[in-house]
Design a protein. Structure first.
Ligand SMILES: Nc1ncnc2c1ncn2[C@@H]1O[C@H](COP(=O)(O)OP(=O)(O)O)[C@@H](O)[C@H]1O
Ligand SMILES: [Mg+2]
Length: 313
């Protein structure tokens, strides 16, 4: 069964004070996320990521379309107990302690009273806040509050997790910890759907990603497939301090750094180049097909007009 099925969800906000006019935040979106996947929902600011997540959470009413989570409609209370949500800017009561807050959320999501205390300290440990359960939240840094938000989302051991920009406000170590946590959730068989505009986090973590821009889905696929669209070019690196003229004629691009030479050739010229280097008894360090990075793919998808016209960087 698919964990999340988005069936044409659409959102148009009415903006303006006196004279309302429609603003399309999300064009009909169709997307399916399988159980056990880490799925990245990527897009620049204003793309429509939060709007999509809010509709899935039932916080905003869709203008059209529907969605199912674990086979249930989005307003089905049986399903709500199976999902966890980290909002983009979680806001908590200043004068509660982390433990009190989580205790409260545990009650709301029906965690058994006897279980609750143990679960609260377990998740605080898990998100890297083991010694602050008695501290009031007003004393927490932005990064610490983000961790409390993550703790709140996983407290009731849900099957599907929705995180809106989970790495925002975290330092590199904090980001790494959230990434590790997501991987751990995946190993435990959970489904994770998260939005981000930080591509490196998505590249390292996701089974599949979708890219949206201006409310429109621009691409979806496995990170490996999107980034392995080899451009038919190969990078060859060898020991040396000059680019031989015979190599220059084969190479699309070449450079010398210290005692290393790097050249990019078309796949078709790869054997000829390697033969030349062998004849010259030069030591070959590496031969690597060039891949499109997720960033390049992303930038291409954000510039559809130029991409369609065949303009490539
Ligand atoms: N409550 C709202 N009323 C009017 N416009 C909104 C509202 N929420 C979001 N928008 C607009 O919808 C678009 C998508 O916003 P959002 O979903 O927050 O994007 P993202 O999370 O990808 O940054 C933006 O242009 C934003 O200004
Ligand atoms: Mg957002």
């Amino acid at each position: 069964m698919a964990a999340i099925e988005i069936l044409g969800l659409t959102k148009t906000y009415q903006v303006g004070f006196w004279r309302k006019r429609p603003k399309c935040a999300l064009q009909p979106l169709r997307l399916q996320v399988e159980e056990g996947e880490i799925f990245g929902f990527l897009g620049p600011n204003g793309a429509g990521k939060t709007t999509t997540l809010k509709m899935l959470m039932g916080l905003v009413y869709p203008s059209a379309g529907s969605a199912r989570i674990l086979g249930c409609e989005i307003n089905d209370p049986r399903m709500k107990a199976q999902i966890g949500f980290l909002p983009e800017q979680p806001y908590f009561y200043d004068y509660l302690t982390a433990a009190e807050l989580l205790e409260y959320y545990g009650q709301l999501s029906g965690v058994d009273a006897k279980e609750r205390k143990r679960r609260v300290s377990e998740v605080l440990d898990r998100v890297g806040l083991p010694n602050v359960s008695g501290m009031q939240l007003r004393k927490f840094s932005k990064g610490m509050l983000q961790r409390v938000g993550v703790a709140q989302a996983i407290l009731h051991n849900p099957r599907v997790l929705f995180f809106d920009e989970p790495m925002s406000g975290l330092d590199p170590i904090g980001r790494r910890e959230v990434r590790d946590l997501m991987e751990e959730l995946k190993r435990a068989g959970k489904t994770v759907f998260f939005s981000t505009h930080i591509l490196s986090d998505a590249e390292a973590l996701c089974d599949r990603v979708a890219i949206i821009h201006q409310g429109e889905l621009r691409g979806v696929g496995a990170v490996a497939d999107l980034t392995s669209s080899v451009q038919g070019k190969v990078e060859v690196v060898w020991r040396g301090n000059t680019v031989l003229p015979s190599v220059k004629t084969l190479a699309l691009d070449s450079s010398v750094t210290g005692d290393t030479v790097r050249a990019v050739v078309l796949e078709a010229s790869q054997d000829a180049l390697i033969d030349t280097l062998r004849r010259e008894r030069l030591h070959i360090v590496s031969v690597t097909p060039l891949r499109t990075s997720l960033e390049e793919y992303f930038v291409q998808k954000l510039r559809p007009a130029e991409a369609a016209a065949g303009v490539r960087s």
